[in-house]
Design a protein around this ligand. Structure first.
Ligand SMILES: [Zn+2]
Ligand SMILES: [Zn+2]
Length: 329
């Protein structure tokens, strides 16, 4: 139950009791302190809740506290009684009557909510176990795959690969939310669709609980907690075109050795931006050091040129696979 629950009294109602002497049933806990059939005093320890549709409101009830059991004859007496109305015994040293537990369907549902909350509190050992497994798994991964030691490798070869993008100036299709469409976009066409959600108030979730006040009555309280629901927020999703350079293909060259070359491209870099024009675009380069047939590292130019073929390099090696840790070059 959330802390922001709204609690509201729905009034005080009669608890019930059954006469143990003459079998009269359903007597009122507050207004019938004696059995109207045989005169036997009420036994407060046998009070019970009526079914919800049979309960009787105690109009104008003033709650004075839980009844006390007479120390001499056990008859329930008002909290303010100084002497027992049944046997006349002083009420000194008397004890409160036992509280009855509501076993109706509604109470079972309210109880289920409490049990669910307790289960949430009991989840922490599961959380601890899951954490332990995650840590163990992390250690295992480190031991098998991340752990390294120092070693040496022989550089067996240098390789290179270079690319030049080919770009064309034309109308490129894009989609975006309206607030992200550039001002230079042509012909945006938009439609409404859900962009995000927000939580909005959606009334309350309420249930009633019955609490034995131990004076022959129970109080029914209504507990309500605010509910929310998810509401979609729409925005304009737009298709538009931009006249701009865009990559349409790529020229590639690759080889071995220390003399990389660019692929042959006749297009100019500074081609004027007219519709359908093509130009050279972005240039890319990958430089690779080989350590035998099965191991290699892509490295920056300075490191690639630092080692000659056949040179030895001090590196970190993976403890399990023996692979070179490229960052250690
Ligand atoms: Zn009776
Ligand atoms: Zn008494």
């Amino acid at each position: 139950m959330a802390d922001d629950a709204r609690v509201e009294s729905e009034g005080f109602y009669e608890m019930l009791w059954d006469c143990p002497h003459c079998e009269t049933k359903g007597l009122f806990g507050k207004t019938q302190r004696h059995c109207p059939e045989c005169g036997a005093p009420q036994d407060a320890s046998t009070r019970y809740f009526p079914t919800p549709d049979q309960q009787k409101l105690v109009v104008g009830h003033v709650y004075e506290g839980a009844d006390a059991s007479c120390p001499a004859c056990t008859a329930p007496q008002s909290a303010r009684a100084k002497n027992c109305t049944q046997c006349g015994s002083p009420m000194d040293g008397s004890q409160q009557v036992r509280e009855a537990i509501d076993r109706s369907v509604a109470a079972a549902q309210a109880g289920a909510r409490t049990v669910a909350a307790q289960h949430r509190r009991r989840r922490w050992p599961i959380f601890a176990a899951v954490s332990a497994v995650v840590v163990a798994l992390g250690v295992a991964i480190w031991f098998l795959f991340i752990r390294t030691h120092h070693g040496e490798v022989t550089i067996t070869g240098h390789r290179w690969a270079r690319t030049i993008a080919i770009e064309q100036f034309g109308d490129q299709h894009h989609e975006a939310w309206r607030d992200a469409v550039p001002a230079s976009a042509s012909f945006p066409t938009c439609f409404r669709k859900q962009r995000t959600t927000r939580q909005v108030p959606d009334g309350e979730e309420c249930h009633s609980e019955r609490k034995d006040k131990k004076d022959g009555t129970f109080e029914q309280v209504r507990k309500c907690t605010p509910k929310t629901r998810s509401e979609g927020i729409d925005d304009d999703w737009c298709s538009y075109t931009l006249r701009e350079w865009a990559k349409i293909s790529e020229e590639k060259a690759s080889g071995a050795g220390l003399a990389p070359a660019w692929p042959a491209v006749t297009l100019a870099v500074d081609t004027p931006a007219t519709f359908g024009a093509r130009r050279q675009g972005h240039r890319g380069e990958t430089l690779t050091l080989d350590f035998g047939p099965d191991d290699a590292c892509d490295v920056p130019d300075a490191i690639w040129r630092k080692y000659a073929d056949g040179a030895r390099a001090k590196v970190d090696l993976r403890a399990r696979s023996g692979g070179v840790v490229c960052d250690s070059l």
